[in-house]
Unconditional design. Structure first.
Length: 102
C-alpha cells in the first residue's frame, strides 16, 4: 500500500510552499508516493537536486515521529510526531526572506 499525505498535511505544506514562492526562495516541487514513504521535494530550480524534502514515514510513528525535513545533503534537520511542529524549521528562513524583500 502506498503512503500519501492527507488533505490537511498537504494543505499545510502547500501553504508554506506558496509563501516561500512569493518570496522568491522556491520555484518548483515534486511529490513522490512510495510504498513506505511520501515525499514532498522542494527545488530552487527544476533542474537541480531538491533543496529540502518533507517526508512522511508511518513506520516511524511510534519512534522518532513520522515526519521529517531533510536537507540537500541528506542531513535530517528536524523530525517529529506533528507536521506543524516539524515545518517550523522554515519559519526563520521565511522571516529572512520577507525582510530581504522589503
Amino acid at each position: 500500500m502506498q503512503v500519501a499525505f492527507d488533505r490537511l498535511e498537504l494543505s499545510r505544506i502547500l501553504t508554506l510552499y506558496g509563501r516561500m514562492v512569493s518570496c522568491g526562495e522556491w520555484r518548483d516541487y515534486a511529490l513522490d508516493f512510495l510504498e513506505d514513504v511520501a515525499i514532498f521535494s522542494i527545488f530552487r530550480r527544476s533542474s537541480e537536486v531538491p533543496l529540502f524534502r518533507i517526508e512522511k514515514r508511518p513506520r516511524l510513528r511510534n519512534r522518532q515521529g513520522q515526519y521529517c525535513v531533510v536537507a540537500a545533503g541528506g542531513v535530517i534537520l528536524r523530525r517529529g510526531h506533528e507536521l506543524a511542529q516539524v515545518l517550523r524549521i522554515f519559519d526563520r528562513k521565511l522571516m529572512k526572506a520577507l525582510a530581504a524583500g522589503e
